[in-house]
Design a protein around this ligand. Structure first.
Ligand SMILES: *[C@@H]1O[C@H](CO)[C@@H](O)[C@H](O)[C@H]1NC(C)=O
Ligand SMILES: *[C@@H]1O[C@H](CO)[C@@H](O)[C@H](O)[C@H]1NC(C)=O
Ligand SMILES: *[C@@H]1O[C@H](CO)[C@@H](O)[C@H](O)[C@H]1NC(C)=O
Length: 397
């Protein structure tokens, strides 16, 4: 009896661990394409320090001149630029940005001369390969763009040199790995379908890209209407990060709570063009994050002709119905403050590098029974709107 127990107590764990080992071996990550392996090598630079974020991310502190952007032939051997003059603001509404990146909550920081970069893990590449997609290729190769639905406000008809807005942050439900939900701004010049140039920034929930359902700060750019270029964060050599405290692709901890009409958490994003160099710069709250170099662009090398603000989701019609992926808070615009997602203090930068209220915003909801939009003007004369919805419902089958 005793011998038996003893025997069993050794045998069972070893059988379990053997099975576990076999399972692990069977599921051990193996990136199949040489493209994937090269990408992983290219993205993960020599790190001076690694910070472990509670969400599972590893944040590598990489010497700023060795970050992925500096693999670009136009940047090789150079150093990141210092930020230019920030745009002037005609009013200061005092509405602060209060988002916090989760990895910074431990109090650990990146050393001087380095920038924090979210490490790309093998599983990140594998997830995307499993979808049969080229890792981080142009958006049109990754997804069917006609599956995308937007609710947005836009201005056009003038020359724009930047934009700014406050986006409240939510953690919308995303129904499956191939879908996303986001809130962002788009700075646009050129023709849709051919030579469209965009720089984009906001927050998004995108399981396929990050492997989780947490809202993250992101940047994006394309110079050919999402055909062969078009990349999030640092996946293509392009966006140059200069901040040592804000990482693109990092998790935002502060999300809004439904029906909390006292406190909503919002991220303020500013993009502006340094007209001396032609580079487009990005600021989050009061922190300059980095820039998109001028040489990435054709049309945007001059100015933007359209600026858009809004929400976007992918609807893959799982099981033949409209997706239940939420946009914004998952509630319609009519529910208003504390319940619906908003974008407020909407401004554009003029040729004098001054932020002015975006006048005559036009609103469009592409699937209004699923996700709608409702705009207005606040006391200080600045535009805002509520947007979003639950996706599939009785009116959105
Ligand atoms: C893209 O989606 C549209 C509408 O859902 C569909 O008609 C079209 O066949 C799809 N195209 C591809 C290449 O999957
Ligand atoms: C929202 O909060 C108010 C006050 O706390 C409460 O009376 C109301 O029932 C809540 N509404 C919803 C939809 O939860
Ligand atoms: C777009 O970007 C790619 C990658 O940097 C570059 O090779 C290409 O020349 C750019 N195209 C235009 C039209 O600027």
């Amino acid at each position: 009896m005793a011998a038996n127990t003893c025997c069993r107590s050794i045998l069972i764990p070893s059988v379990i661990s053997l099975v576990l080992l076999l399972l692990l071996a069977a599921t051990a990550p193996a990136i199949s394409s040489s493209e994937g392996r090269t990408l992983l090598e290219r993205l993960n630079k020599r790190s001076m320090k690694t910070i472990r974020s509670p969400d599972g991310d590893l944040i590598d502190c990489v010497p700023s001149h060795l970050q992925p952007a500096f693999d670009h032939p136009m940047l090789k051997g150079s150093k990141p630029l210092d930020p230019p003059a920030r745009p002037r603001c005609h009013t200061d509404d005092g509405m602060a940005d209060d988002v916090v990146q989760l990895w910074t909550t431990s109090g650990e920081t990146c050393p001087e001369g380095t920038v924090p970069i979210r490490r790309t893990k093998e599983e990140d590449i594998l997830r995307i390969e499993r979808f049969g997609r080229k890792p981080f290729a142009g958006a049109s190769q990754r997804t069917n763009l006609s599956d995308h639905e937007h609710s947005y406000g836009s201005v056009k008809g003038e020359q724009y040199y930047g934009a700014q807005a406050l986006f409240n942050v939510w953690a919308p439900r995303v129904a499956n790995r191939g879908e996303f939900s986001l809130s962002q701004l788009w700075i646009i010049s050129g023709n849709f379908g051919t030579d469209l140039n965009t720089v984009e920034a906001g927050w998004q929930v995108y399981p396929e890209l990050y492997g989780d359902i947490l809202p993250r700060f992101f940047v994006y750019w394309t110079n050919d209407s999402y055909q062969n270029t078009g990349c999030y964060n640092l996946y293509c050599s392009g966006f140059v990060q200069t901040s040592s405290s804000v990482a693109v692709g990092a998790v935002i901890t502060t999300t809004s709570t439904y029906n909390d009409t006292n406190l909503q958490h919002a991220i303020r994003i500013t993009v502006w063009k340094d007209q001396k160099t032609g580079n487009w710069w990005l600021q989050q709250g009061s922190t300059v994050v980095g820039y998109w170099p001028r040489f990435l662009f054709s049309n945007l090398a001059i100015s933007a002709t359209i600026v858009e603000f809004g929400g976007e989701i992918i609807n893959t019609r799982p099981s033949g119905f409209h997706t239940t992926t939420q946009m914004g808070s998952g509630h319609f615009a009519e529910e208003g403050f504390g319940r619906a997602a908003y974008i407020s203090s909407i401004r554009v930068a003029d040729r004098y590098n001054t932020l002015i209220p975006a006048r005559n915003l036009r609103y469009n909801a592409e699937a209004p029974n699923c996700y709608d939009i409702k705009g207005g003007v606040d006391n200080s004369g600045e535009g805002y709107f509520y947007f979003g919805g639950p996706g599939r419902n009785a009116r959105c089958p």
